[in-house]
Design a protein around this ligand. Structure first.
Ligand code: NDP
Ligand code: 8X3
Length: 257
């Protein structure tokens, strides 16, 4: 296991769920952190808490990954001690709606494509050149089982996560001689804010997604991300699928009443 002490990790979407759990897990490992999301009050609270708890250096930023200029400015204006980024975790993402394609709202499609695909590209584009120049770095994308297997009522969300998978594979090829690792962690059902966002705040529908089974937690995913980040430099965890035990595919679950 390679130590993360003193390494700088840039994480998107840290105010909830998987990104928040990754923030705490990497702080616990002694990494310095650039943490970002749109809800800056929550990003600031998390920054205060982890610097108190773990004594690591943290730089909180307000960032909407879907805004290319905002992403470039945020990365360009990082303070000197946070400029060299060793690990990028592309986590920010969302689902909007779970409807048959012909009954779905295209506004949600725009949000998903802008965040899950274009956002990931913008942040990667802003950070990768310094890694290429140094011939060192690691990018971990949070994909999804929805990026391996399409499911009904999820055409656009699944398309965005298939895009993440394609980008990850292609980037790995482009970087094969640059000593830069590119990994994707692809979870199934994880209990986070995801379903509440997908169902536009409908708590009942959100709860139903996890009914009758024990879903994964943000902490479970963070464990896998830390494992991926702490392998020796010659060892790339290229892809990892993580399921709750009661899930076997995007559509096959065992639920107790
Ligand atoms: P949450 O809703 O709990 O967290 C999503 C995070 O993304 C929030 O911190 C949110 O912060 C941030 N975010 C959303 N849009 C933007 C944006 N435009 N710019 C910056 N940050 C943004 O969901 P999860 O933790 O579950 O989701 C994290 C990732 O995991 C996503 O990519 C999701 O697709 C993926 N995933 C989730 C699974 C699940 O079952 N939960 C399974 C497989 C993959 P803010 O609103 O403050 O900007
Ligand atoms: C989120 C999990 O399979 O419900 O990626 O779309 S899923």
């Amino acid at each position: 296991m390679v130590s993360l002490k003193g390494k700088t990790v840039f994480i998107t979407g840290v105010t909830s769920g998987i990104g928040k759990s990754c923030t705490y897990a990497f702080a616990k490992e002694g990494a310095n952190l650039v943490i970002s999301a749109r809800r800056i009050n929550l990003v600031n609270e998390i920054a205060d808490d982890i610097s108190k708890k773990y004594g690591v250096n943290v730089h909180p930023i307000k960032l909407d990954v879907s805004k290319r200029d905002e992403v470039n400015k945020a990365v360009d204006s990082l303070p000197a001690e946070f400029k060299k980024i060793d690990l990028l975790i592309n986590n920010a993402g969302l689902g909007r709606g779970l409807n048959k394609f012909y009954e779905d709202n295209p506004d949600g499609w725009e949000e998903m494509i802008d965040t899950n695909v274009k956002g990931l590209l913008y942040v990667t584009n802003a950070i990768l050149p310094q890694m290429v120049e140094r011939k060192s770095g690691h990018i971990i994308n949070i994909g999804s089982i929805a990026g391996r297997e399409a499911y009904p009522k999820g055409a656009v969300y699944c398309a965005t996560k298939h895009a993440v998978d394609a980008i990850t594979r292609s980037l790995r090829m482009d970087l094969v001689d640059k000593n830069i690792r590119v990994s994707t962690i692809d979870p199934g059902l994880v209990e986070t804010g995801f379903s509440k966002v997908r169902f536009y705040g409908d708590e009942e529908k959100a709860k139903n997604a996890y009914k009758g089974l024990k879903p994964l937690t943000g902490e479970d995913i963070a464990e896998a991300v830390v494992f991926t980040a702490t392998r020796s430099e010659h060892f790339n965890v290229a892809q990892m699928i993580l399921f709750p035990t009661n899930q076997a595919s995007t559509t096959i679950f065992h639920r107790e009443d």
